[in-house]
Write a protein that binds this ligand. Structure first.
Ligand code: OXD
Ligand code: MN
Length: 582
């Protein structure tokens, strides 16, 4: 028996499924599973004209988003999980959750999903094996990863894989746990079928477990899109960007250059996760470990993201969108005219008061269907980064864009970024929270140590990417967005590229380098001068108010906070003229 077979055998002895199926990832297997899911109502076939090859899944109404309060890092020491993660000792976690797996698959099929995160044949790719009793998970993993025999081939009978045990259990939030054992590199997830909780290759492996592997092995696992920007001269830049969940990573990764800027071209490498490594040339190289997109549907329309609209026009799994009785999917932002007889995401006639599609409804679709994929998206070596962007959703305070003074300052900017919460996780929406590197829910270890790892990585590359911060979401007093966003964000990317080449104009402010009003190419964009000024303004009082908040956030890390972080905060306070004692 191989180590993988031994582990699967052990799991089957506990979960006691009626049968065990090793998935090969083939089309025939997928068709069989889809047939079964259509028969038992897990999937509904969508209109073959409007959405060929596509299906709707309606989840349990209490299982629609990541449940951060039920997600745990089970490191041996509490300190190693740090103050921003929920922690349980490994033995306690196992004692609490093992009974939920005991006989959990009785009468069900147990699917074994061998999968690869990262391009096949890449030295940076990693193998995982997910065991699950959900055929919906199998169908999604087939899209999101390289799954089946090719993963077993890569494993070659060895033990270098991350095991992940998943059961939907009884879907009760009372019996829902997502546990990570970083020292064992093991994942246990029970009680949820939602993507971020159940597709274990994604957040659980490629971010939480991978971040601990990356810390130990000198690389980085980050919550970042990767895009390719080609200038009219033919010069190519790769840019990675970290925004919290549901803040526009997919839209930026698939950006279509505004008409008047033809000659500039944006192509997609990834939309959610990036694995970064120092290359032999002193640059930081990025790989997208995923093979598909698990994106937020509402707000996706022909104007906001035409590439996504084309990508999801066929062979897509929709989860929790609205639908007509004839099977035409609909969601807020698809167009301005909701069909008359729409059924909402729970299948009830929509009364037009609430949302028709769930705000966190999702599409699962293969990257191969995306018309904007870069020819290098599966390059086994990855792509070299010119810049890293961090960004939050903030109605106030943060300007449209600024550049960090240097790498260490960039790490500080990223470590202190604030963002309003979204529907991607359960809980209150719209509350500002510190979300360092957009990794708050995804860092598998103490974030103080994580900041230290970021600082070290800056010294591991002789040509580190430039670091920027953006905020597409600044609003006026009446709550209107000041910046048009979407395709127009290209103008901000172009300023970054000019900065990298030493040309872009900037003014030094206490928080970083902000473009001069004439530095952004705004040709063809009707943006009032006063609006631009507000977008680029840095209000000293508002930033001064951030200082004690950041200090309090940093204090949570105690001795694990690198000194360089405190020095950067003191520097900010000083530049703002705030006394050190605040
Ligand atoms: C996601 C998330 O699904 O960040 O990508 O929640
Ligand atoms: Mn994400």
């Amino acid at each position: 028996m191989t180590p993988a077979e031994r582990w699967v055998d052990e799991v089957a002895r506990t979960t006691r499924p009626a049968r065990v199926v090793w998935c090969d990832g083939s089309l025939a297997e997928n068709e069989r599973l889809v047939g079964e899911m259509l028969a038992d109502g897990t999937l509904q076939k969508l209109d073959p004209q409007a959405a060929p090859g596509s299906y709707l899944h309606r989840s349990h109404p209490s299982d629609v988003a990541r449940t951060e309060h039920l997600t745990f890092i089970c490191s041996r020491e509490r300190e190693d999980a740090g103050p921003t993660n929920n922690w349980m000792a490994p033995a306690e976690g196992k004692a609490k959750v093992a009974p939920l797996f005991d006989g959990a698959m009785r009468g069900r099929t147990m699917y074994v999903i061998p999968y690869v995160m990262g391009p096949l044949g890449s030295p940076f790719s990693k193998v995982g094996i997910e065991v699950t009793d959900s055929p919906y998970v199998v169908a999604n993993m087939r899209i999101m990863t390289r799954m089946g025999q090719k993963a077993l081939d890569q494993l070659a009978g060895g033990s270098d894989f991350v095991p992940g045990l998943h059961s939907i259990g009884d879907l009760s939030p009372e019996r829902r746990y997502i546990l990570h054992f970083p020292e064992e590199r093991l994942i246990w997830s029970v009680g949820s079928g939602y993507g971020g909780n159940a597709l274990l290759g994604k957040k659980c492996f490629a971010l939480r477990i991978a971040s601990t592997m990356a810390r130990d092995q000198g690389w980085m696992a980050e919550h970042m899109l990767i895009l390719e920007l080609t200038l009219p001269s033919g010069e190519v830049h790769y840019v990675a960007a970290a925004f919290p969940s549901a803040c526009g990573k997919t839209n930026l990764a698939m950006l279509v250059a505004p008409l008047e800027m033809q000659g500039y071209k944006v192509r997609t490498v990834g939309d959610d996760i990036a694995w970064l490594r120092p290359g032999p040339d002193g640059r930081l190289w990025a790989v997208n470990p995923e093979a598909g997109f698990f994106g937020v549907v509402p707000g996706t329309g022909p104007e906001t993201n035409p590439n996504a609209i084309e990508t999801i026009s066929h062979d897509t799994i929709f989860t929790n969108v609205a639908v007509t009785p004839g099977g035409v999917p609909w969601w807020e932002g698809k167009d301005k005219h909701p069909p008359a007889d729409l059924l909402d995401w729970q299948g009830k006639p929509w009364d037009r008061t609430g949302k028709a599609a769930h705000p966190n409804s999702r599409f699962t679709v293969s990257a191969k269907q995306c018309p904007s994929m870069s020819s290098r998206w599966e390059d086994p070596q990855g792509v070299p980064l010119s810049a890293i962007i961090f960004g939050g959703r903030r109605g106030r305070v943060a300007p449209l864009v600024f550049q960090a003074f240097d790498w260490d300052h960039g790490v500080f900017v990223a470590a202190t970024m604030g963002s309003e919460t979204t529907a991607a996780a359960t809980g209150k929406v719209g509350v500002v929270r510190r979300d360092p590197m957009a990794m708050l829910p995804f860092c598998g270890y103490n974030m103080g140590d994580y900041f230290g790892h970021w600082l070290r990585m800056g010294t591991a590359v002789s040509k580190p990417p430039a670091i920027f911060h953006v905020n597409w979401f600044r609003q006026d007093a009446a709550g209107h967005f000041l910046w048009p966003g979407f395709g127009q964000n290209l103008r901000v990317l172009l300023w970054m590229v000019e900065r990298i080449s030493g040309k872009g104009k900037a003014v030094e402010t206490p928080i970083g380098l902000v473009p001069t009003p004439d530095a952004l190419n705004l040709e063809g964009l009707d943006l009032p001068k006063a609006t631009l000024e507000t977008l680029l303004s840095v209000n000293r009082e508002e930033w001064a108010d951030e200082v004690p908040e950041i200090r309090a956030f940093f204090e949570r890390f105690g001795a694990r906070l690198p000194e360089a972080m405190t020095r950067s905060l003191d520097g900010l306070a000083q530049r703002l003229g705030v006394t050190a004692s605040v």
